[in-house]
Design a protein around this ligand. Structure first.
Ligand code: 5AD
Ligand code: SF4
Length: 496
Protein backbone atom coordinates (compact mmCIF):
# COMPACT_ATOMS: atom_id res chain seq x y z
CA UNK A 1 0.00 0.00 0.00
CA UNK A 2 1.39 3.37 -0.90
CA UNK A 3 -0.96 5.73 0.80
CA UNK A 4 0.49 8.89 2.34
CA UNK A 5 0.10 8.78 6.09
CA UNK A 6 -1.83 11.62 7.64
CA UNK A 7 0.15 13.43 10.34
CA UNK A 8 -2.81 13.69 12.72
CA UNK A 9 -4.10 10.15 12.26
CA UNK A 10 -3.23 7.68 15.01
CA UNK A 11 -3.25 3.89 14.91
CA UNK A 12 -3.03 1.91 18.15
CA UNK A 13 -2.71 -1.78 19.01
CA UNK A 14 -3.33 -2.92 22.56
CA UNK A 15 -2.06 -6.14 24.13
CA UNK A 16 -2.91 -7.43 27.58
CA UNK A 17 -5.34 -6.65 30.35
CA UNK A 18 -8.24 -4.24 30.90
CA UNK A 19 -5.87 -1.74 32.46
CA UNK A 20 -4.18 -1.47 29.06
CA UNK A 21 -7.49 -1.12 27.25
CA UNK A 22 -8.26 1.78 29.56
CA UNK A 23 -4.80 3.31 29.09
CA UNK A 24 -5.26 3.20 25.33
CA UNK A 25 -8.60 4.97 25.67
CA UNK A 26 -6.98 7.74 27.71
CA UNK A 27 -4.06 8.12 25.31
CA UNK A 28 -6.44 8.42 22.36
CA UNK A 29 -8.62 10.90 24.26
CA UNK A 30 -5.54 13.07 24.93
CA UNK A 31 -4.45 12.91 21.29
CA UNK A 32 -7.94 13.73 20.02
CA UNK A 33 -7.85 16.90 22.10
CA UNK A 34 -4.88 17.87 19.93
CA UNK A 35 -6.86 17.27 16.75
CA UNK A 36 -5.94 13.65 16.06
CA UNK A 37 -8.34 11.12 14.60
CA UNK A 38 -8.25 7.38 15.05
CA UNK A 39 -7.54 5.12 12.09
CA UNK A 40 -7.62 1.33 11.81
CA UNK A 41 -5.03 1.36 9.01
CA UNK A 42 -1.38 1.69 10.07
CA UNK A 43 -0.48 2.82 6.54
CA UNK A 44 -2.73 5.84 6.91
CA UNK A 45 -1.35 6.82 10.32
CA UNK A 46 1.17 9.53 11.15
CA UNK A 47 1.47 8.05 14.65
CA UNK A 48 1.57 4.30 15.33
CA UNK A 49 1.37 3.18 18.95
CA UNK A 50 1.78 -0.22 20.58
CA UNK A 51 0.40 -0.43 24.09
CA UNK A 52 2.25 -3.39 25.51
CA UNK A 53 2.07 -6.15 28.13
CA UNK A 54 4.95 -7.86 29.95
CA UNK A 55 3.07 -10.38 32.04
CA UNK A 56 4.17 -13.30 29.85
CA UNK A 57 6.93 -13.62 27.26
CA UNK A 58 4.36 -14.48 24.61
CA UNK A 59 2.77 -11.02 24.93
CA UNK A 60 6.15 -9.38 24.45
CA UNK A 61 6.90 -11.44 21.39
CA UNK A 62 3.59 -10.34 19.87
CA UNK A 63 4.70 -6.74 20.20
CA UNK A 64 8.10 -7.41 18.65
CA UNK A 65 6.49 -9.10 15.68
CA UNK A 66 3.99 -6.24 15.34
CA UNK A 67 6.96 -3.84 15.37
CA UNK A 68 8.54 -5.94 12.61
CA UNK A 69 5.37 -5.53 10.54
CA UNK A 70 5.51 -1.73 10.70
CA UNK A 71 9.23 -1.49 9.90
CA UNK A 72 8.53 -1.11 6.15
CA UNK A 73 6.11 1.75 6.91
CA UNK A 74 8.83 3.56 8.81
CA UNK A 75 11.26 2.88 5.96
CA UNK A 76 8.91 4.29 3.32
CA UNK A 77 7.63 7.13 5.50
CA UNK A 78 10.34 8.06 7.99
CA UNK A 79 8.17 10.91 9.31
CA UNK A 80 5.76 8.36 10.84
CA UNK A 81 6.16 8.41 14.63
CA UNK A 82 6.31 4.93 16.14
CA UNK A 83 5.77 4.59 19.88
CA UNK A 84 6.03 1.67 22.29
CA UNK A 85 4.06 2.50 25.40
CA UNK A 86 2.96 0.79 28.63
CA UNK A 87 4.52 -2.10 30.56
CA UNK A 88 7.27 -3.17 28.12
CA UNK A 89 8.28 0.44 27.64
CA UNK A 90 8.60 0.85 31.40
CA UNK A 91 10.68 -2.28 31.77
CA UNK A 92 12.67 -2.90 28.58
CA UNK A 93 13.74 0.42 27.05
CA UNK A 94 17.16 -0.85 26.01
CA UNK A 95 15.94 -4.10 24.59
CA UNK A 96 13.29 -2.32 22.50
CA UNK A 97 15.90 0.05 21.13
CA UNK A 98 18.11 -2.89 20.19
CA UNK A 99 15.40 -4.96 18.55
CA UNK A 100 13.55 -2.09 16.87
CA UNK A 101 15.96 0.85 16.56
CA UNK A 102 13.44 2.77 14.44
CA UNK A 103 11.10 3.25 17.42
CA UNK A 104 10.79 7.00 18.10
CA UNK A 105 9.08 7.02 21.45
CA UNK A 106 9.20 4.79 24.54
CA UNK A 107 6.67 5.78 27.19
CA UNK A 108 6.11 3.94 30.48
CA UNK A 109 2.81 3.30 32.27
CA UNK A 110 3.00 6.38 34.50
CA UNK A 111 3.92 8.81 31.72
CA UNK A 112 1.19 8.23 29.19
CA UNK A 113 -0.28 11.73 29.57
CA UNK A 114 2.91 13.10 27.99
CA UNK A 115 2.37 11.31 24.68
CA UNK A 116 0.92 14.28 22.72
CA UNK A 117 3.86 16.51 23.68
CA UNK A 118 6.38 13.70 23.11
CA UNK A 119 5.06 13.21 19.57
CA UNK A 120 5.56 16.94 18.97
CA UNK A 121 9.04 16.64 20.42
CA UNK A 122 9.95 13.75 18.10
CA UNK A 123 8.77 15.82 15.14
CA UNK A 124 10.55 18.96 16.28
CA UNK A 125 13.90 17.40 17.16
CA UNK A 126 13.91 14.27 15.02
CA UNK A 127 15.31 12.51 18.07
CA UNK A 128 13.90 9.51 19.98
CA UNK A 129 12.03 10.39 23.15
CA UNK A 130 12.02 8.36 26.35
CA UNK A 131 9.66 8.88 29.30
CA UNK A 132 9.50 6.26 32.01
CA UNK A 133 8.74 6.34 35.73
CA UNK A 134 11.27 5.75 38.45
CA UNK A 135 12.02 2.09 39.11
CA UNK A 136 10.76 0.70 42.41
CA UNK A 137 14.24 0.78 43.90
CA UNK A 138 15.27 4.15 42.53
CA UNK A 139 13.98 6.56 45.15
CA UNK A 140 11.74 7.15 48.14
CA UNK A 141 8.19 5.83 48.02
CA UNK A 142 6.65 9.30 47.61
CA UNK A 143 9.00 10.10 44.76
CA UNK A 144 8.26 6.79 43.04
CA UNK A 145 4.52 7.21 43.58
CA UNK A 146 4.65 10.69 42.07
CA UNK A 147 6.51 9.37 39.04
CA UNK A 148 3.78 6.74 38.52
CA UNK A 149 0.95 9.15 39.10
CA UNK A 150 -1.73 8.54 36.54
CA UNK A 151 -4.34 10.75 35.01
CA UNK A 152 -7.80 9.54 34.15
CA UNK A 153 -10.15 12.43 33.51
CA UNK A 154 -10.10 12.51 29.68
CA UNK A 155 -12.37 9.80 28.35
CA UNK A 156 -13.11 8.73 24.81
CA UNK A 157 -16.23 6.70 24.04
CA UNK A 158 -14.88 5.58 20.66
CA UNK A 159 -12.20 3.47 22.33
CA UNK A 160 -14.49 1.57 24.69
CA UNK A 161 -15.36 -2.09 24.42
CA UNK A 162 -18.85 -0.73 23.65
CA UNK A 163 -20.23 2.81 23.92
CA UNK A 164 -22.17 1.94 27.07
CA UNK A 165 -19.48 0.05 29.00
CA UNK A 166 -16.38 1.67 30.49
CA UNK A 167 -13.43 0.86 32.69
CA UNK A 168 -12.62 3.14 35.60
CA UNK A 169 -9.30 2.93 37.37
CA UNK A 170 -9.69 3.11 41.12
CA UNK A 171 -6.23 1.90 42.06
CA UNK A 172 -2.87 1.86 40.35
CA UNK A 173 0.11 -0.39 40.96
CA UNK A 174 0.56 -3.37 43.22
CA UNK A 175 2.38 -4.04 46.48
CA UNK A 176 1.88 -7.79 46.68
CA UNK A 177 5.05 -8.91 44.89
CA UNK A 178 3.98 -12.41 43.90
CA UNK A 179 7.32 -13.91 42.95
CA UNK A 180 6.38 -14.71 39.33
CA UNK A 181 4.85 -11.34 38.53
CA UNK A 182 6.29 -8.34 36.75
CA UNK A 183 3.42 -5.97 37.52
CA UNK A 184 4.78 -4.37 40.73
CA UNK A 185 7.78 -3.19 38.72
CA UNK A 186 5.89 -2.10 35.60
CA UNK A 187 2.95 -0.42 37.36
CA UNK A 188 4.69 0.82 40.49
CA UNK A 189 3.46 1.02 44.09
CA UNK A 190 -0.19 0.52 45.02
CA UNK A 191 -2.13 3.77 45.27
CA UNK A 192 -5.88 4.23 45.68
CA UNK A 193 -7.53 7.14 43.90
CA UNK A 194 -9.57 9.74 45.73
CA UNK A 195 -13.22 8.60 45.74
CA UNK A 196 -14.43 12.07 44.69
CA UNK A 197 -12.29 11.89 41.55
CA UNK A 198 -13.63 8.43 40.78
CA UNK A 199 -17.20 9.61 41.31
CA UNK A 200 -16.67 12.62 39.05
CA UNK A 201 -15.36 10.34 36.34
CA UNK A 202 -18.28 7.93 36.70
CA UNK A 203 -20.70 10.86 36.36
CA UNK A 204 -18.93 11.99 33.18
CA UNK A 205 -19.21 8.47 31.83
CA UNK A 206 -22.88 8.30 32.78
CA UNK A 207 -23.46 11.59 30.93
CA UNK A 208 -21.79 10.04 27.87
CA UNK A 209 -24.38 7.23 27.92
CA UNK A 210 -22.44 4.66 29.88
CA UNK A 211 -24.58 2.06 31.67
CA UNK A 212 -21.92 -0.24 33.09
CA UNK A 213 -18.66 0.62 34.84
CA UNK A 214 -15.93 -1.88 35.64
CA UNK A 215 -13.69 -0.67 38.43
CA UNK A 216 -10.09 -1.65 37.82
CA UNK A 217 -7.20 -2.39 40.13
CA UNK A 218 -4.55 -5.13 40.26
CA UNK A 219 -5.91 -6.03 43.69
CA UNK A 220 -9.06 -3.97 43.43
CA UNK A 221 -10.59 -5.27 46.65
CA UNK A 222 -7.66 -3.90 48.66
CA UNK A 223 -8.80 -0.41 47.62
CA UNK A 224 -8.96 1.93 50.57
CA UNK A 225 -8.63 5.70 50.51
CA UNK A 226 -7.36 7.29 53.68
CA UNK A 227 -8.70 10.86 53.86
CA UNK A 228 -6.11 11.82 56.44
CA UNK A 229 -8.73 12.97 58.97
CA UNK A 230 -9.66 9.58 60.38
CA UNK A 231 -12.09 8.77 57.54
CA UNK A 232 -11.43 5.85 55.21
CA UNK A 233 -13.31 4.95 52.06
CA UNK A 234 -13.35 1.23 51.34
CA UNK A 235 -14.29 -0.30 47.99
CA UNK A 236 -17.69 -1.24 49.46
CA UNK A 237 -18.30 2.44 50.33
CA UNK A 238 -17.18 3.46 46.87
CA UNK A 239 -19.55 1.01 45.17
CA UNK A 240 -22.39 2.31 47.33
CA UNK A 241 -21.65 5.86 46.18
CA UNK A 242 -21.44 4.86 42.53
CA UNK A 243 -24.72 2.99 43.00
CA UNK A 244 -26.40 6.36 43.58
CA UNK A 245 -25.51 7.64 40.10
CA UNK A 246 -28.94 7.24 38.50
CA UNK A 247 -28.13 6.14 34.94
CA UNK A 248 -25.43 3.68 35.93
CA UNK A 249 -27.13 0.28 35.81
CA UNK A 250 -24.27 -2.13 36.50
CA UNK A 251 -21.09 -2.02 38.58
CA UNK A 252 -18.32 -4.62 38.26
CA UNK A 253 -14.81 -4.77 39.66
CA UNK A 254 -11.68 -6.78 38.80
CA UNK A 255 -9.32 -8.28 39.96
CA UNK A 256 -9.57 -9.50 43.53
CA UNK A 257 -6.85 -10.70 45.85
CA UNK A 258 -8.26 -13.66 47.84
CA UNK A 259 -6.92 -12.57 51.21
CA UNK A 260 -8.49 -9.11 50.98
CA UNK A 261 -12.03 -10.36 50.34
CA UNK A 262 -13.77 -8.56 53.19
CA UNK A 263 -17.32 -9.18 54.36
CA UNK A 264 -18.38 -5.55 53.89
CA UNK A 265 -17.52 -5.92 50.18
CA UNK A 266 -19.37 -9.23 49.86
CA UNK A 267 -22.41 -7.73 51.57
CA UNK A 268 -22.31 -4.73 49.24
CA UNK A 269 -22.28 -7.04 46.22
CA UNK A 270 -25.21 -8.98 47.69
CA UNK A 271 -27.30 -5.99 48.74
CA UNK A 272 -26.75 -3.44 46.00
CA UNK A 273 -28.91 -4.39 43.03
CA UNK A 274 -26.59 -2.77 40.48
CA UNK A 275 -23.56 -4.75 41.70
CA UNK A 276 -22.80 -7.57 39.27
CA UNK A 277 -22.95 -10.92 41.07
CA UNK A 278 -19.62 -12.07 39.76
CA UNK A 279 -16.18 -12.20 41.37
CA UNK A 280 -12.86 -12.97 39.75
CA UNK A 281 -10.68 -14.37 42.54
CA UNK A 282 -7.44 -15.82 41.15
CA UNK A 283 -6.01 -18.68 43.22
CA UNK A 284 -3.01 -19.55 40.95
CA UNK A 285 -2.33 -23.02 42.44
CA UNK A 286 -3.96 -25.73 44.53
CA UNK A 287 -0.71 -26.65 46.31
CA UNK A 288 0.52 -24.96 49.48
CA UNK A 289 4.21 -25.44 48.65
CA UNK A 290 3.71 -23.68 45.33
CA UNK A 291 1.54 -20.92 46.81
CA UNK A 292 4.26 -20.27 49.34
CA UNK A 293 6.91 -20.17 46.63
CA UNK A 294 4.66 -17.77 44.71
CA UNK A 295 4.31 -15.68 47.89
CA UNK A 296 0.55 -15.55 47.52
CA UNK A 297 0.09 -15.05 51.30
CA UNK A 298 -2.66 -17.66 51.74
CA UNK A 299 -2.95 -21.44 51.92
CA UNK A 300 -5.31 -23.62 49.89
CA UNK A 301 -7.43 -24.13 53.03
CA UNK A 302 -7.71 -20.36 53.47
CA UNK A 303 -8.71 -19.95 49.83
CA UNK A 304 -11.38 -22.64 50.30
CA UNK A 305 -12.69 -20.70 53.29
CA UNK A 306 -12.83 -17.49 51.26
CA UNK A 307 -14.72 -19.28 48.50
CA UNK A 308 -17.17 -20.78 50.98
CA UNK A 309 -17.71 -17.38 52.62
CA UNK A 310 -18.30 -15.72 49.23
CA UNK A 311 -20.95 -18.30 48.34
CA UNK A 312 -22.58 -18.22 51.73
CA UNK A 313 -22.88 -14.43 51.74
CA UNK A 314 -23.85 -13.94 48.07
CA UNK A 315 -26.25 -16.68 47.04
CA UNK A 316 -26.04 -17.42 43.31
CA UNK A 317 -22.75 -15.58 42.80
CA UNK A 318 -20.50 -16.69 39.92
CA UNK A 319 -16.79 -17.00 40.66
CA UNK A 320 -13.90 -17.34 38.25
CA UNK A 321 -10.22 -17.90 38.82
CA UNK A 322 -6.71 -17.85 37.35
CA UNK A 323 -4.17 -20.67 37.52
CA UNK A 324 -0.50 -20.85 36.59
CA UNK A 325 0.73 -24.32 35.63
CA UNK A 326 4.35 -25.40 35.56
CA UNK A 327 5.60 -22.88 38.09
CA UNK A 328 9.15 -23.56 39.35
CA UNK A 329 9.28 -26.85 41.26
CA UNK A 330 5.68 -27.85 40.44
CA UNK A 331 5.76 -31.64 40.69
CA UNK A 332 3.10 -33.93 39.28
CA UNK A 333 1.77 -34.24 42.82
CA UNK A 334 1.57 -30.43 43.24
CA UNK A 335 -0.19 -30.15 39.90
CA UNK A 336 -2.73 -32.82 40.86
CA UNK A 337 -3.68 -30.61 43.81
CA UNK A 338 -4.62 -27.86 41.33
CA UNK A 339 -6.71 -30.47 39.47
CA UNK A 340 -8.52 -31.32 42.72
CA UNK A 341 -9.12 -27.65 43.51
CA UNK A 342 -10.58 -26.91 40.06
CA UNK A 343 -12.69 -30.01 40.28
CA UNK A 344 -14.27 -29.04 43.59
CA UNK A 345 -14.42 -25.23 43.26
CA UNK A 346 -17.21 -24.87 40.70
CA UNK A 347 -15.69 -21.84 38.98
CA UNK A 348 -17.77 -20.38 36.17
CA UNK A 349 -14.53 -20.33 34.22
CA UNK A 350 -10.78 -20.23 34.82
CA UNK A 351 -7.97 -18.56 32.94
CA UNK A 352 -5.05 -20.97 32.84
CA UNK A 353 -1.52 -19.89 31.98
CA UNK A 354 1.76 -21.71 31.50
CA UNK A 355 4.39 -20.22 33.77
CA UNK A 356 6.56 -17.77 31.87
CA UNK A 357 9.75 -16.71 33.61
CA UNK A 358 9.99 -12.93 33.76
CA UNK A 359 13.47 -11.48 34.12
CA UNK A 360 13.73 -9.24 37.15
CA UNK A 361 11.08 -11.04 39.21
CA UNK A 362 12.16 -12.75 42.39
CA UNK A 363 11.18 -16.19 41.06
CA UNK A 364 13.50 -15.67 38.08
CA UNK A 365 16.34 -14.91 40.46
CA UNK A 366 15.63 -17.65 42.99
CA UNK A 367 14.07 -20.70 41.38
CA UNK A 368 14.94 -22.49 38.15
CA UNK A 369 12.17 -22.62 35.53
CA UNK A 370 12.40 -26.40 35.68
CA UNK A 371 9.13 -27.70 34.27
CA UNK A 372 9.62 -28.56 30.57
CA UNK A 373 7.36 -26.77 28.12
CA UNK A 374 5.63 -29.95 26.93
CA UNK A 375 4.74 -30.77 30.55
CA UNK A 376 3.40 -27.23 31.06
CA UNK A 377 1.34 -27.63 27.91
CA UNK A 378 -0.06 -30.98 29.04
CA UNK A 379 -0.94 -29.62 32.48
CA UNK A 380 -2.58 -26.58 30.92
CA UNK A 381 -4.67 -28.88 28.74
CA UNK A 382 -5.60 -31.23 31.60
CA UNK A 383 -6.62 -28.43 33.94
CA UNK A 384 -8.66 -26.75 31.25
CA UNK A 385 -10.42 -30.01 30.53
CA UNK A 386 -11.61 -30.30 34.14
CA UNK A 387 -12.62 -26.65 34.19
CA UNK A 388 -14.45 -26.89 30.87
CA UNK A 389 -16.41 -29.90 32.08
CA UNK A 390 -17.66 -27.84 35.02
CA UNK A 391 -18.24 -24.71 32.90
CA UNK A 392 -20.64 -26.77 30.82
CA UNK A 393 -22.55 -27.88 33.93
CA UNK A 394 -22.55 -24.31 35.23
CA UNK A 395 -23.94 -22.92 31.99
CA UNK A 396 -26.49 -25.68 31.49
CA UNK A 397 -28.06 -25.04 34.88
CA UNK A 398 -29.38 -21.78 33.42
CA UNK A 399 -31.54 -23.59 30.86
CA UNK A 400 -35.19 -22.85 31.58
CA UNK A 401 -34.36 -19.73 33.58
CA UNK A 402 -34.55 -16.12 32.50
CA UNK A 403 -31.64 -13.71 32.71
CA UNK A 404 -31.18 -9.95 32.44
CA UNK A 405 -28.77 -9.24 29.57
CA UNK A 406 -26.98 -6.01 28.79
CA UNK A 407 -26.90 -6.26 25.01
CA UNK A 408 -23.41 -5.41 23.78
CA UNK A 409 -23.76 -5.72 20.01
CA UNK A 410 -23.88 -8.16 17.13
CA UNK A 411 -22.18 -11.45 17.91
CA UNK A 412 -18.95 -11.55 15.93
CA UNK A 413 -18.10 -15.20 16.31
CA UNK A 414 -20.12 -17.72 14.37
CA UNK A 415 -22.20 -18.94 17.27
CA UNK A 416 -24.51 -21.83 16.78
CA UNK A 417 -27.80 -20.94 15.15
CA UNK A 418 -30.25 -19.37 17.59
CA UNK A 419 -33.99 -19.70 17.06
CA UNK A 420 -35.11 -17.19 14.51
CA UNK A 421 -37.57 -15.38 16.72
CA UNK A 422 -38.85 -12.11 15.41
CA UNK A 423 -36.03 -11.31 13.00
CA UNK A 424 -32.96 -9.17 13.45
CA UNK A 425 -29.56 -10.75 13.81
CA UNK A 426 -27.58 -12.64 16.40
CA UNK A 427 -26.78 -10.39 19.35
CA UNK A 428 -24.48 -10.94 22.30
CA UNK A 429 -24.43 -9.61 25.84
CA UNK A 430 -23.69 -10.47 29.44
CA UNK A 431 -25.91 -11.45 32.33
CA UNK A 432 -25.75 -10.17 35.91
CA UNK A 433 -23.49 -13.15 36.71
CA UNK A 434 -21.18 -12.32 33.78
CA UNK A 435 -22.36 -15.20 31.64
CA UNK A 436 -22.27 -14.56 27.89
CA UNK A 437 -25.70 -14.78 26.29
CA UNK A 438 -26.48 -15.02 22.57
CA UNK A 439 -29.91 -14.54 21.06
CA UNK A 440 -31.67 -13.23 17.97
CA UNK A 441 -32.88 -9.64 18.06
CA UNK A 442 -33.19 -6.26 16.41
CA UNK A 443 -30.26 -3.84 16.53
CA UNK A 444 -32.31 -1.41 18.56
CA UNK A 445 -31.84 -3.73 21.55
CA UNK A 446 -28.11 -2.92 21.57
CA UNK A 447 -27.32 -0.91 24.69
CA UNK A 448 -30.50 -2.07 26.46
CA UNK A 449 -30.95 -4.45 29.33
CA UNK A 450 -33.44 -7.12 28.21
CA UNK A 451 -34.85 -10.32 29.63
CA UNK A 452 -33.73 -13.45 27.82
CA UNK A 453 -35.19 -16.92 28.35
CA UNK A 454 -32.34 -19.42 28.25
CA UNK A 455 -33.14 -22.42 26.08
CA UNK A 456 -29.72 -24.00 25.53
CA UNK A 457 -26.13 -23.66 26.71
CA UNK A 458 -22.60 -24.58 25.83
CA UNK A 459 -19.53 -24.31 28.04
CA UNK A 460 -19.07 -20.58 27.49
CA UNK A 461 -22.40 -19.39 26.19
CA UNK A 462 -26.08 -19.29 27.03
CA UNK A 463 -28.45 -19.36 24.08
CA UNK A 464 -31.88 -17.84 24.46
CA UNK A 465 -34.86 -15.93 23.23
CA UNK A 466 -35.56 -12.34 24.10
CA UNK A 467 -38.95 -11.77 25.73
CA UNK A 468 -41.42 -10.66 23.07
CA UNK A 469 -42.98 -7.79 25.07
CA UNK A 470 -39.59 -6.11 25.16
CA UNK A 471 -39.27 -6.32 21.42
CA UNK A 472 -42.53 -4.50 21.00
CA UNK A 473 -42.18 -2.15 23.91
CA UNK A 474 -38.82 -0.54 23.24
CA UNK A 475 -38.61 2.78 21.50
CA UNK A 476 -37.10 2.58 18.04
CA UNK A 477 -33.77 4.22 17.35
CA UNK A 478 -33.08 4.35 21.07
CA UNK A 479 -29.88 5.62 22.63
CA UNK A 480 -27.26 3.74 20.66
CA UNK A 481 -26.69 3.57 16.93
CA UNK A 482 -25.69 0.07 15.93
CA UNK A 483 -23.07 1.49 13.54
CA UNK A 484 -20.04 0.49 15.54
CA UNK A 485 -17.17 2.96 15.29
CA UNK A 486 -13.59 1.87 14.73
CA UNK A 487 -12.71 -0.55 17.47
CA UNK A 488 -8.93 -0.54 17.70
CA UNK A 489 -7.02 -3.77 17.44
CA UNK A 490 -6.66 -5.61 20.66
CA UNK A 491 -4.82 -8.85 21.18
CA UNK A 492 -4.80 -10.84 24.37
CA UNK A 493 -7.06 -12.03 27.12
CA UNK A 494 -10.79 -11.94 26.71
CA UNK A 495 -12.15 -9.30 28.96
CA UNK A 496 -12.92 -10.86 32.27
N1 5AD B 1 3.61 -16.52 33.93
C1 5AD B 1 2.38 -17.01 33.67
N2 5AD B 1 1.25 -16.42 34.08
C2 5AD B 1 1.36 -15.28 34.79
N3 5AD B 1 0.42 -14.49 35.33
C3 5AD B 1 1.05 -13.46 35.95
N4 5AD B 1 2.38 -13.59 35.82
C4 5AD B 1 2.60 -14.72 35.10
C5 5AD B 1 3.77 -15.39 34.65
N5 5AD B 1 4.99 -14.93 34.91
C6 5AD B 1 -1.01 -14.78 35.27
C7 5AD B 1 -1.63 -14.90 36.65
C8 5AD B 1 -2.43 -13.62 36.76
C9 5AD B 1 -2.81 -13.38 35.32
C10 5AD B 1 -3.22 -11.99 34.99
O1 5AD B 1 -1.65 -13.71 34.61
O2 5AD B 1 -2.50 -16.02 36.66
O3 5AD B 1 -3.56 -13.76 37.60
FE1 SF4 C 1 0.99 -9.57 40.14
FE2 SF4 C 1 0.43 -10.70 42.49
FE3 SF4 C 1 0.12 -8.05 42.16
FE4 SF4 C 1 -1.57 -9.73 40.95
S1 SF4 C 1 -1.32 -9.49 43.18
S2 SF4 C 1 -0.55 -7.93 40.01
S3 SF4 C 1 -0.23 -11.46 40.45
S4 SF4 C 1 2.04 -9.19 42.10
Amino acid sequence: MNRMPHERAVYIETVGCQMNVLDSELVIAALKKQGYTLTDDPHAAGVILFNTCSVREHAEEKTYSALGRVAPIKRDHPETVIGVIGCMAQKDQDHIRTRAPYVDMIVGTGQLSKIPSLVDEVRRTNLPQLAVSLGRTDGGRTEIEASFESYDPARDPEMRPTPFQAFVRIQIGCDKFCTYCVVPSTRGPEQSRHPDHILAEVRTLADQGCLEVTLLGQTVNSYVYDHGDGRRTRISDLIARIHDVPSIRRIKFVTNFPKDMSNDLLDAVRDLPKAVKYLHVPVQSGCDTILKRMKRLYTVAEYREVLARIRERIPGVAVSSDFIVGFCGETEESFQKSMVLVDESKFKNSFIFKYSERPGTSAAGRFPDDVPDDVKRRRNHDLLEVQDAYSLIDHRQWIGKSVEVLVEGPSRKGHKQTPNGPGGRQLIGRTMTDHIAVFQGQDRLIGQIVTVDVIDAHGFTLYGEVRINQLAGLPTGSAITPELPIRPRRIGLDLL
